[in-house]
Design a protein around this ligand. Structure first.
Ligand SMILES: [Zn+2]
Length: 85
């Protein structure tokens, strides 16, 4: 089960330069992908520039989750600027 909040937190930490963002493969813009909950309740990530879209798999998700958890374990104060459930 993929939690969209983890992906959002990951992309936010990437914006801070802490991790490499999950980005569009297009080398001309290469912007971070935005997570979205689809009508069928699955999660996709898409590019606002070209609409390139992926369905993040569990392998990608697990890496993002581990990194988010690691970061907040080490920097509990950073939780303050992250959206809470
Ligand atoms: Zn793109």
């Amino acid at each position: 089960m993929i939690n969209i909040k983890i992906l959002n937190d990951y992309q936010r930490l990437a914006q801070e330069g802490i991790y490499k963002p999950i980005s569009c493969m297009d080398k001309d813009h290469h912007v971070p992908l935005v997570s979205r909950l689809e009508d069928d309740d699955t999660i996709s990530m898409y590019c606002v520039m070209c609409n390139y879209k992926i369905k993040p798999g569990l392998a990608l998700y697990d890496v993002a989750k581990r990194r988010v958890e690691q970061h907040f374990a080490k920097n509990p104060a950073d939780y303050s600027y992250i959206e809470q459930d």
